[in-house]
Design a protein around this ligand. Structure first.
Ligand SMILES: [Fe+2]
Length: 390
């Protein structure tokens, strides 16, 4: 293992409160009261409303005599206007607490609305690191997928439509007061969404585990997440109603979110972004496509850690040299992807080979994510990874 923990000062962020349990959504009223809320703005998307996932939350709020307003204007890759509009509704309706219910997009919009409840202007005014002066209204986040980990991170990602770019707002004020993780809310996810979001969580865990910013804290979380996802993602994919598998996937996604919140991502996310922005593919799917190719490239930078990933994913590494054992981690990921029917070849998604230079240019733009990556990359390296992935 390439342990460099002792030479570093560790910083670990941990959110205030995490409530995990099947049907824990019924605790929401009690939590709203605890954080001083009497009129909540439920921030969500039309899919969550159509799947009736609001019902247990509405019933809890109703029995706790807590008023609420539903804002279901969240769009995928949320444009900044969705947050600005939600903030206006929050004020106009006299709400005092934000309740984000959904996938990463809904939770990120909820974070933005909370921020704008106490800070003037529009959300684009606060992009960057630590640009938010004041903490906003209390916020409770409830994921309905098992992947993004947004319920426990201090970042929100939004689209600037005028510039056609993705921006981040990185602030401790994006941390929820409480995350309520109820696997029952994820039961109706279709298999492809289960696969994509589950692989996003796997990438969070693996990238953090091999990151130059890894700490003992993130290691513990990432190791457990990798093992849980390897064990339970195929089951949750195969049988959506399996509450045991959904429970462990929900837990794993949150553990992975806590890990990357303090450990950082790497080249998988960097090279996946252009696939998302150019072709509007799901974030988790783009990560899944790039994962094995980036892992193979990264192995020389952290062979011991990749060998451990192989072991965590059930490979017997006894008797193998470290580098060979590390290769088994790539095999394990390829087998997992095959099981859940996710292709990791770019050409299978109808993208022409002539687009590769565009992907390379987009990947290079994310070079900030190369810094914590265990192996350095230049433009030629990025091009060769995309060629492998094609
Ligand atoms: Fe991600």
């Amino acid at each position: 293992m390439n342990e460099n923990h002792q030479s570093k000062t560790h910083v670990f962020y941990s959110p205030t409160k995490i409530i995990v349990g099947l049907n824990s959504a019924c605790e929401v009223a009690q939590q709203v009261k605890q954080f001083g809320g009497s009129r909540a703005l439920i921030v969500t998307d039309p899919g969550v409303v159509d799947a009736d996932l609001i019902a247990p939350i509405a019933s809890s709020l109703g029995s706790g005599d807590i008023a609420y307003v539903v804002y279901k204007g969240v769009e995928p890759e949320p444009p900044s206007r969705v947050i600005d509009q939600g903030a206006e509704i929050f004020k106009a309706e006299g709400c005092d607490l934000v309740l984000g219910v959904g996938g990463g997009s809904s939770m990120d919009v909820a974070k933005g609305i909370s921020i704008l409840s106490a800070n003037k202007g529009k959300i684009l005014d606060y992009c960057g690191v630590d640009q938010v002066p004041r903490k906003g209204a209390p916020m409770i986040l409830m994921p309905t997928t098992a992947g993004t980990g947004s319920e426990v991170t201090r970042v929100l990602i939004l689209t600037d439509e005028a510039q056609n770019t993705k921006n981040v707002v990185f602030t401790p004020y994006a941390l929820a007061n409480a995350a309520i993780i109820d696997p029952a809310l994820s039961l109706s996810m279709p298999p492809t969404v289960t696969a994509d979001t589950g692989m996003d969580a796997m990438v969070h865990a693996i990238e953090t585990y091999v990151s130059m910013n890894a700490t003992v804290f993130s290691d513990i979380l990432a190791e457990r997440a990798i093992r849980l996802i390897a064990d339970y993602l195929p089951v949750a994919w195969a049988k959506g109603s399996n509450t045991d598998a959904r429970y462990h996937m929900s837990l794993a996604a949150t553990l992975a979110g806590m890990a990357f919140g303090s450990g950082g991502l790497g080249a998988v996310h960097a090279l996946a972004y252009p696939l998302g922005t150019e072709y509007h593919m799901a974030h988790g799917r783009t990560n899944a496509i790039m994962l094995p190719h980036v892992m193979r490239y990264n192995i020389p930078g952290s062979p011991g850690r990749y060998a451990r990933i192989a072991e965590l994913m059930g490979k017997d590494i006894e008797g193998y040299a470290t580098l060979e054992a590390a290769e088994l981690a790539v095999d394990a990921i390829l087998e997992l992807l095959e099981t859940i029917q996710v292709s990791c070849q770019v050409q299978d998604y109808g993208i022409p080979e002539s687009d590769l230079p565009k992907l390379v240019a987009g990947g290079i733009k994310q070079a900030r994510l190369f810094v914590p990556n265990p192996r350095d990359l230049d433009e030629e390296d990025v091009a060769s990874i995309y060629r492998d992935a094609y």
